[in-house]
Design a protein around this ligand. Structure first.
Ligand SMILES: *Cc1c(COP(=O)(O)O)cnc(C)c1O
Length: 370
């Protein structure tokens, strides 16, 4: 492979890193408006909060700014205490990260050696594979089955080198959930010597009471590491703060390798305030749930196939090329996500926005794909 050759400085990339494909984020609004010469566009591509950030978080961030000449308190005692109280877990189970993305990397660095295997759903959030490869480990993708995470298929792939298994609940990009009984049956099959990582970036949006929650399994025999974030329901994606909740035997080594100042003073302050802003969370859920129901209703009325979702986005099967629809919507100022890169060339993923944004989204989709 070309990128793996020694370069003119005599440097050779490790094989896992030489083969990496860079993460492709959703298109930023500014880039779209510049490229297409449009204004007034809306971005419903990255599952961000339609209401903006929690106002209490913004106020707390502003108050924190006078202290920016100081290093943050690395352990973030206030935020850790509030998280432990809110979740009903011990403070020893919490690991903070510069986004939950960073916690994924800490887990792979601590628990994967070169040549170890990590089982992951395919398609899945691209950061799992990137982090696994960074540590010289080998991703073992298990395709979705009927558009759901194939827990049985994943358990069947466990081998002597398996050290980690990634699950996403609710799943991205499908929005489906893992049910309690299925998750429990899955854990029963997990031998010792491996970590089950459950990414719950969208768990706050779940309406189905039968959805499994990793936190209910922290004291079980199998090591379950739960990933949560302030980027979605709490509206703080730009602040970069997320966390892991896991048995202390896992959290302790992660906190040892954690960069001492990995979460900033504003991020800690904003996240602690957002946790207390239950009114903002309530309004967010109300807006998102109404938006999801509206988008699904209208997509179905257009003869398209929206998948049932418990997250703040909907995967929609079209009757034509997703890239063409994505492009046509972009020209009309509506940014969605084409799922071609995920292996679904006739699907788009759309994030629930405000009522006004959702109406425009579906009007434009109706014009270009109805
Ligand atoms: C958005 C998202 C995250 C959140 O990542 P942060 O680094 O916390 O912003 C994690 N996992 C999945 C599957 C996501 O879609």
């Amino acid at each position: 492979m070309k990128r793996n050759r020694t370069n003119r400085f005599g440097l050779t990339l490790p094989p896992g890193i030489g083969a990496l494909q860079p993460y492709v984020p959703g298109k930023p609004i500014e880039a779209v408006e510049r490229e297409y010469g449009i204004t007034d566009s809306i971005k419903l591509a990255s599952n961000e909060n339609p209401l903006g950030p929690s106002p209490r978080a913004v106020a707390a961030v502003e108050r924190s700014l006078a202290g920016l000449h100081r290093y943050p308190e690395g352990g973030a005692p206030l935020l850790v205490r509030r998280l432990a109280e809110t979740l009903g877990v011990s403070e020893k189970t919490i690991v903070l990260g510069n986004g939950s993305d960073e916690v994924i990397g800490m887990l792979t660095r601590v628990f994967l050696n070169p040549g170890d295997e990590a089982i992951l759903p395919a398609p899945a959030f691209l950061m799992y594979e990137i982090m696994v490869r960074c540590d010289g480990a080998v991703p073992v993708p298990v395709p979705l089955r009927s558009m759901a995470i194939d827990l049985e298929g994943m358990a069947d792939r466990i081998g002597p080198r398996t050290r980690m298994i990634f699950l996403t609940n609710p799943n991205n990009p499908t929005g489906g959930i893992i049910r309690k009984a299925a998750f429990e049956a899955f854990l029963e099959k997990i031998p010792s010597g491996m970590v089950v990582v459950v990414d719950e970036a969208y768990i706050e949006f779940v309406r189905n009471p039968d959805c499994a929650r990793g936190i209910d399994h922290l004291t079980g025999d199998r090591p379950v590491a739960v990933l949560r974030t302030f980027s979605k329901a709490y509206g703080l994606a730009g602040l970069r703060i997320g966390y892991g909740v896991m048995p202390p035997e896992l959290a302790e080594p992660l906190n040892r390798i954690r960069q001492p100042f990995n979460t900033s003073i504003p991020a800690q302050a904003g996240a602690a305030a957002a946790l207390e802003d239950t009114e903002f969370l309530r309004r967010t859920l109300e807006t998102v749930h109404e938006g999801i129901d509206y988008i699904c209703y209208r997509a179905a009325a257009l003869g398209l196939a929206p998948y049932p979702t418990e997250a703040n986005f909907v995967l929609i099967r079209l009757n034509r090329s997703a890239d063409a629809v994505f492009e046509a919507m972009l020209r009309r100022g509506v940014i969605v996500r084409s799922m071609t890169a995920y292996g679904y060339p006739d699907h788009i993923r759309v994030t629930a926005g405000t009522r006004k944004e959702n109406r425009r989204l579906m009007d434009v989709l109706s014009d270009v794909a109805g």
